[in-house]
Design a protein around this ligand. Structure first.
Ligand code: ADP
Ligand code: MG
Length: 483
C-alpha cells in the first residue's frame, strides 16, 4: 500500500476591517450595520463612477507583505477580473490576481504548530475588492451592498502544508498577524476570513520539492470557518486516498464544502474553468511606490504576537505555555499588558489571566472587552493578597462576587476578614488552646499523630478560619515540641 503525503496550498481571503473607507470609494468600511447604509454609487456599479485607490488600504497591505517577508513592488496597478454574479453589479472585480504586480511576492511565514515551528512559502499577497452579500430567504434573495468594495487581502501559499492541523495552525497564525498589525479584526465569525483549499496527494517516498511528483489537486472554494477548513481537508484526504487506492485518478476540479453533510461536492472540472478575460484596470493609473514610503511603513510595523511571547518568556519569566495562551488573542494580550502596567506582578497577572479570566470568558462566551473586571480592579484583589487582607481562596471569592454583583472588588475587601499572619498573636492563641487540652497533648505525645489536625482545627475555630494556615502549622509544631 502506498503511503501518501498531502500537499495543501491555501488562498486565504481576509477583509481589512481597519480602514475607514472602502478600497475604491468613500463609503464607510463597516457592514455590520443596517443593510445598504454604507454605499456610494461606485459600489453599485453606476456608469460614470470612477475608483480612487484608498492609500491606507495600500499601506496596510504593503505592511502585510513585509511581515510575510515578501518583496514589494516598485509600481502598482490593478486589473479587471470579468464575470457575472448577482452580488457584483459592475460585472467585474478589481483585483491583482494574475500577478501583474501584487503588493507582495515570494515570501515565507514561520508559525507554531503544537511544539513544532513550520514554514510555509508565500506565492503572493494581493489587494482586491469584496463583492456585495446576498441573503437568501424562502422565496426571495436580498442584496446588501455594504460589503461591496470592502478591501480584501488575498494570500496565496505554496502547497507546503501537510495536514488539517497544520492548516488551522497557519490560519490562526495569520489571524494573529492581521490583528496585531492593525490590519483586520480577522474575525471568522463575522465572515472576515474565507479560504480556498487546494489539496492533492503524492507518494510519500518521493521528493516533495519536485513539483513533477505532486498529485492532481482539487480546489475547495469558499470555506468560511477554521473548523470547515479542518473538516474539508480531512474529508478530501480520505476521498482522494480511496480513489488512488482503487487505482483511479483524482480529477482536477473545483469543489465546495458542504457544512451540513460534512462532505465536499463537485462544482466544475478544470476543463470548464471560467475565462475571466483579465485586463489592466483602465481607470486606475499605474502608480509608484517610493522607497521612502516603504521604509516608513516598515518602521511602523507593530509588535506582533511572537515578539510579545518572547518578551513574556524572557523578560517577565512566564512559561512558554502561559505566554502562548496570553498572546493568542490580541485583546487578551493588551489586557495583560495593562495589568502589568498598573503594577500587578507579571507572573501573578499571568496566573489570573490564563486561569480565572480566560475560564470566565469561555464560560460566559464573551470577549475580554465585555469583561467586567478591568486591570485596575484586578489590582485591588492582588493588592489585597499582598497586604495580607485576603487568602488566595478569599481572593477568588472576591473575584467571582465582584463579577456577579458588578461591583468593584474593593467593596468586598476589608480589614475584618484579614488573615491573621502575626506570629505573636498566633502563638498567644495556640498557647491558650494547648493549655486547655492537656489530655490531647498526652495522647499526641503517646503516638496519636492525627491529633495534630485536631489542634489545627481548634485554632481555625477560634479565629473563624482567619489564621494563616502555614504559620499555624509551624507554630503548633514548635509549641508542641516544647511541651
Ligand atoms: P491556479 O492558477 O489554477 O489558481 P495556482 O498555481 O495559482 O493555480 O495555485 C493556486 C493554489 O493551488 C496555490 O495555493 C498553490 O499552492 C496550490 N497548488 C498548486 N498545485 C498544487 C498541488 N498539486 N497540490 C496542492 N495544491 C496545489
Ligand atoms: Mg482568488
Amino acid at each position: 500500500m502506498t503511503k501518501y503525503l498531502a500537499k495543501i496550498g491555501l488562498e486565504m481571503h481576509c477583509e481589512m476591517s481597519e480602514t475607514n473607507t472602502k478600497v475604491f470609494s468613500a463609503a464607510r468600511n463597516s457592514y455590520s450595520e443596517s443593510p445598504n447604509t454604507n454605499v456610494r454609487p461606485l459600489d453599485m456599479g453606476f456608469p460614470g463612477t470612477l475608483p480612487v485607490v484608498n492609500k491606507e488600504a495600500v499601506r496596510l497591505s504593503l505592511m502585510a507583505s513585509m511581515i510575510l517577508n515578501c518583496s514589494q513592488p516598485e509600481y502598482m496597478y490593478f486589473e479587471r477580473k470579468n464575470y457575472y454574479y448577482p452580488d457584483m453589479p459592475k460585472n467585474f472585480q478589481i483585483t491583482q490576481e494574475t500577478k501583474p504586480i501584487p503588493v507582495g511576492i515570494y515570501g515565507k511565514v514561520e508559525f507554531e504548530c503544537g511544539d513544532e515551528l513550520k514554514t510555509v512559502r508565500v506565492n503572493n499577497i494581493h489587494l482586491e475588492e469584496d463583492a456585495a452579500s446576498l441573503d437568501h430567504f424562502y422565496s426571495t434573495s436580498n442584496i446588501d451592498y455594504n460589503r461591496a468594495g470592502v478591501p480584501l487581502l488575498e494570500l496565496v501559499t505554496e502547497p507546503d502544508i501537510h495536514s488539517a492541523k497544520e492548516a488551522v495552525a497557519f490560519l490562526e497564525h495569520m489571524r494573529s498577524v492581521y490583528q496585531y498589525a492593525g490590519i483586520s479584526e480577522a474575525d471568522s465569525k463575522k465572515g472576515q476570513i474565507r479560504c480556498d483549499v487546494n489539496i492533492s496527494l503524492m507518494d510519500a517516498d518521493k521528493d516533495e520539492t519536485d513539483p513533477s511528483n505532486w498529485g492532481t489537486r482539487a480546489e475547495i472554494k469558499n470555506v468560511n470557518s477554521f473548523g470547515g477548513v479542518r473538516d474539508a481537508i480531512n474529508y478530501e484526504i480520505e476521498r482522494q486516498t480511496e480513489i488512488l487506492e482503487n487505482g483511479g485518478e483524482v480529477e482536477q476540479e473545483t469543489r465546495r464544502w458542504d457544512e451540513e453533510s460534512g462532505t465536499t461536492i463537485r462544482m466544475r472540472s478544470k476543463a470548464d474553468a471560467i475565462d475571466y478575460k483579465y485586463f489592466v484596470e483602465p481607470n486606475i493609473p499605474k502608480f509608484k511606490i517610493s522607497q521612502a514610503w516603504l521604509e516608513e511603513i516598515r518602521a511602523t510595523i507593530p509588535e506582533l504576537a511572537m515578539d510579545r511571547k518572547n518578551k513574556y518568556i524572557n523578560e517577565f519569566g512566564l512559561s512558554s505555555y502561559d505566554a502562548g495562551v496570553i498572546v493568542k488573542e490580541k485583546a487578551i494580550s493588551d489586557y495583560y499588558e495593562e495589568c502589568v502596567k498598573v503594577g500587578i506582578d507579571a507572573k501573578t497577572a499571568a496566573n489570573w489571566v490564563t486561569v480565572n479570566i480566560v475560564g470566565e470568558l469561555n464560560k460566559e462566551n464573551i470577549t475580554i472587552n465585555d469583561f467586567f473586571i478591568t486591570p485596575s480592579m484586578l489590582k485591588q484583589i492582588t493588592d489585597g493578597i499582598n497586604d495580607g487582607l485576603l487568602s488566595s481562596k478569599q481572593a477568588k471569592e472576591v473575584f467571582f462576587k465582584a463579577i456577579e454583583e458588578q461591583k468593584e472588588p474593593k467593596n468586598y475587601i476589608s480589614k475584618d476578614n484579614a488573615q491573621i499572619s502575626d506570629a505573636t498573636e498566633l502563638t498567644r492563641i495556640i498557647t491558650e488552646i494547648l493549655d486547655n487540652n492537656p489530655s490531647q497533648i498526652e495522647q499526641y505525645k503517646g503516638g496519636r499523630d492525627n491529633l495534630f489536625d485536631y489542634f489545627v482545627g481548634q485554632v481555625m475555630k477560634n479565629t473563624r478560619g482567619k489564621a494563616n494556615p502555614v504559620m499555624t502549622k509551624e507554630i503548633l509544631h514548635s509549641e508542641l515540641d516544647k511541651r
